[in-house]
Design a protein around this ligand. Structure first.
Ligand code: MTE
Ligand code: HPA
Ligand code: MOS
Length: 762
């Protein structure tokens, strides 16, 4: 066993403890970025002037009238920029655009003594636009050949030959919508500049180091002149991985021009209309099966809807391509990907980061082809699982493949899938207008950033003379419980009780050059860095102790007087990763996280309304660092996935006319999120036992994103329930999201279909 994963007896990691801020969360005392505004003197408030066009040239801007509004202090425009007019990670996002690229894009910002003054000032800014044609759907973009970024292909073997030889070949298209992050705390930043010109930005950002870089770039100063701090976020879900940067830059620019603190905090409508979402995807595919239902070949082209700029779209596409296989072995395969450029918000990271979109393609294929092959979906999925050591389409050997089958078997047993499937058949035979179905789906998700360089982290650990410990690390807290885990890791590595350890807010002047807290790797990377720092200190203390077994306080006290340093910087980088982007091959992931879910739904044949009657999950978190936190991540991830697949329905106005390109779902009233009524009525979550992950911090596994994809079980159960309204063998095409309306039309189609079973080789 590696030293990193070895866990001492009675360790604090693995203890079931609440989130470190749970009490503050539930009493409303936890401070978020914008809670600092009333605690800061003389803050100016910012309001954006938003484009009423999806695509237009800005021909003139008249700001004079804004200054006539009482309380307006300053209008920020491109002319004010000391640095570079760009806030994009790919340098394609002017902060103040001369060509607007989506409806709602900010063209300039107004600062006021109050939010109301800023808002009224913004209303007085006159902007002249020359409207240009706008592409709003993936199909518009494909037709116009409007793409951006790299167009990679992962391939192995001879796809054409294998398809030609396959006993059964099917082809089709799969389309899926995006998703709004709907973090409870919208984008927020508060910036101040001190007498020496040092810029301090508090930001709700998953990536303080990058926010610091973008602020420095826009202000034309060096990074050491900018400090970014993130206390905590009220949710990020990927939506603050890069998209916090621009708002921090606006606040910093305002602060540096006015010498006053400046606050940017989007309201919900602004956040909806200005920030990126999960990428919608389109896939066209051809798949071949042998007579036993083994997938023998897959050829697919994925097109993501990137929106107006690149943002993280290339990395998201890479992860999508690397997850089409999910838990299934595909001998001959070609997966091609491209990014559509459309006149919409720039779509961005969202929990799963393209993985869910890639996996949906093959899950959709299996769900649609099972009836065509005359094989039950359960059996079809199971027989295609990876065997140990088989390689993914991008060449990484699959390790611990047995965990997928172990979790599968456990779910089948504990959820009594066989017995309940029979009961469901009896129920369905007796109910013409209500149908039930039970589906089981697996998850295999690669852990590490696809981009190898990002897999590093730093930490700073101080032991004070009284034996109390203060830790700092580069990760950010967004509700996922990272800080809780980091406290547990520090207490475990130093061998002190949890009460001895405190954690200080994440800031760039404590730990530099950090990666985003993303790719579910926050605990793996920062935990290992903290452990490394603690071990450096511990090694020194062991020498001071010299076998005397002194109490912690005593040895710390002696160490100080012996002039032994009581603080250390820790560092970690994930070993063994490789990636060749040119040929799309390598070992991008340290390991895979596995999970299996069984979901039972009931669908009403008159309306398409449905209930989730029961969900059983077995999920692999390795040896859990913090079981309660992990449970919350599994439940929350699953429910967020169910929202994406069955409820949340982003609509843009695509009609020609004045509102073309406007997002019509701008609030919780028109954008349906999961609520208590959509929870599974019976929800049973178990963690896979004996799942120690060698080589990861204290044997644990990343948990933040993988459970989201357990929600495929609900989508597949809905598909099967729709099929139950038709004759046996009917193949159901289910849109994503499978809203009640979509489910209704799917079951109505199933009712009317005589048979979709195709002859072999069709
Ligand atoms: N859980 C909560 N409560 N809030 C969040 O914003 N973000 C998710 C996941 N779980 C998120 C969450 C995403 S997108 C990621 S990548 C991981 O948490 C990031 O944190 P980790 O690396 O510490 O798991
Ligand atoms: N996940 C999240 N963020 C990222 C990734 C990833 O795999 N790669 C680059 N940024
Ligand atoms: Mo998560 S989408 O990697 O922030």
């Amino acid at each position: 066993m590696s030293e990193l994963s070895q866990r001492p007896e009675n360790s604090v990691v693995g203890e079931t403890i609440p989130h470190e801020s749970a009490a503050l969360h539930v009493t409303g005392r936890a401070l978020y970025t914008d809670d600092l505004t009333p605690r800061t003197k003389g803050v100016l408030h910012a309001w954006p002037v938003q484009s009423p066009h999806a695509h237009a040239r800005v021909t003139a801007m008249h700001t004079d009238a804004a200054y006539d509004v009482p309380g307006v202090v300053r209008v920020l425009t491109a002319a004010d920029l000391p640095g570079v007019n760009d806030s994009g990670v790919k340098h394609d996002e002017p902060l103040f655009p001369s060509e607007v690229m989506h409806h709602g894009q900010a063209v300039c910002w107004v600062l006021g003594e109050s939010l109301e003054a800023a808002r009224r000032g913004a209303a007085q800014v006159e902007v002249d636009y020359e409207p240009l044609p706008a592409l709003l759907t993936i199909h518009d973009a494909i037709d116009a050949e409007s793409f951006q970024g790299a167009r990679p292909t992962a391939q192995r073997g001879d796809v054409e030959g294998a398809l030609a030889r396959a006993a059964h070949v099917f082809e089709g298209e799969t389309e899926m919508a995006g998703q709004e992050h709907f973090y409870l705390e919208t984008q927020a930043s508060l910036a101040e500049v001190d007498d020496a010109g040092h810029v301090f930005v508090q930001s709700s950002t998953q990536h303080p180091s990058e926010t610091q870089e973008v602020v420095a770039h826009v202000l034309g100063v060096a990074s050491h002149q900018v400090t970014v701090q993130c206390l905590r976020m009220g949710g990020g879900f990927g939506g603050k991985e890069v998209q916090a940067n621009g708002y921090a830059a606006v606040a910093a620019l305002g602060a540096s021009l006015t010498a006053r603190p400046v606050r940017v905090r989007l309201n919900r409508t602004q956040d909806f209309t200005m920030t990126g979402k999960r990428h919608g995807f389109h896939a066209s595919w051809r798949v071949g099966f042998d007579d036993d239902g083994h997938v023998v070949a897959l050829d697919t082209t994925l097109t993501s809807d990137g929106g107006w700029s690149l943002d993280l779209s290339e990395a998201v596409l890479a992860r999508a391509i690397c997850h089409v296989d999910n838990a299934y072995w595909i001998p001959d395969v070609r997966i091609h990907g491209r990014i559509a450029k459309t006149h919409k918000t720039s779509q961005t990271a969202f929990r799963g980061f393209g993985g869910p979109q890639g996996m949906l393609v093959l899950e959709d294929i299996l769900g649609r082809c099972a009836p065509l092959l005359g094989i039950d979906p359960l059996g079809l999925r199971r027989r295609n699982f990876y065997a140990e050591g088989q390689e993914t389409p991008y060449g990484q050997p699959v390790r611990h493949a047995d965990r997928a089958s172990t979790a599968w078997d456990q779910v089948l047993t504990t959820a009594e899938v066989a017995r309940r499937s029979q009961e469901i058949a009896v129920f369905n035979a007796a109910h013409e207008h209500t149908k039930r179905a039970l589906a089981v789906t697996p998850v295999k998700f690669g852990i590490s950033f696809n981009f190898t360089a990002l897999n590093q982290a730093g930490a700073l650990v101080h032991v004070y003379k009284d034996g109390s410990v203060l830790i700092n690390h580069g990760g950010t807290e967004m509700g996922q419980g990272l800080h809780t885990k980091m406290l547990q890791v520090a207490a475990t590595s130093l061998g002190v009780p949890l009460s001895k350890v405190r954690l200080a807010p994440t800031r760039t002047d404590k730990v530099p050059n950090t990666s985003a807290t993303a790719a579910s790797s926050g605990a793996d990377l920062n935990g290992a860095a903290i452990k490394n720092a603690c071990e450096q200190i511990l090694t020194r203390l062991v020498e001071v102790d010299a076998g005397r077994n002194l109490a912690w306080e005593e040895v710390v006290h002696e160490a100080y007087f012996a002039r032994v340093p009581l603080f250390a910087a820790g560092y970690y980088r994930t070993e063994g990763l490789s990636w060749d982007a040119a040929v799309f091959r390598g070992t991008p992931f340290k390991y895979f996280a596995y999970g299996v879910a069984a979901a039972e739904v009931e669908v009403d044949g008159f309306t398409g309304a449905y209930r989730t009657r029961r969900v059983d999950i077995v999920h692999d978190v390795g040896d859990s660092l913090s079981p309660l936190v992990d449970l919350g991540q599994i439940e929350g991830g699953f429910v967020q996935g169910v929202g994406w697949l069955t409820l949340e329905d982003l609509r843009w106005d695509t009609t020609e006319g004045d509102h073309r390109g406007r997002l019509t779902t701008q609030a919780a009233s028109t954008y349906k999120l999961p609520s208590f009524s959509e929870m599974p009525e019976d929800f049973r979550v178990a963690m896979l036992e004996q799942a120690h992950e060698d080589g990861a911090v204290y044997g644990s596994k990343a948990v933040g994103e993988p459970p989201l994809m357990l929600a495929f079980s609900v989508r597949e159960a809905l598909r099967q329930a729709c099929a139950a309204f038709g004759r046996p063998g009917v193949s159901v095409e289910l849109p994503s999201p499978a809203t009640p309306e979509a489910v209704y039309w799917a079951l109505e189609t199933a009712r009317r279909t005589v048979s979709t079973r195709e002859p072999a080789g069709a």
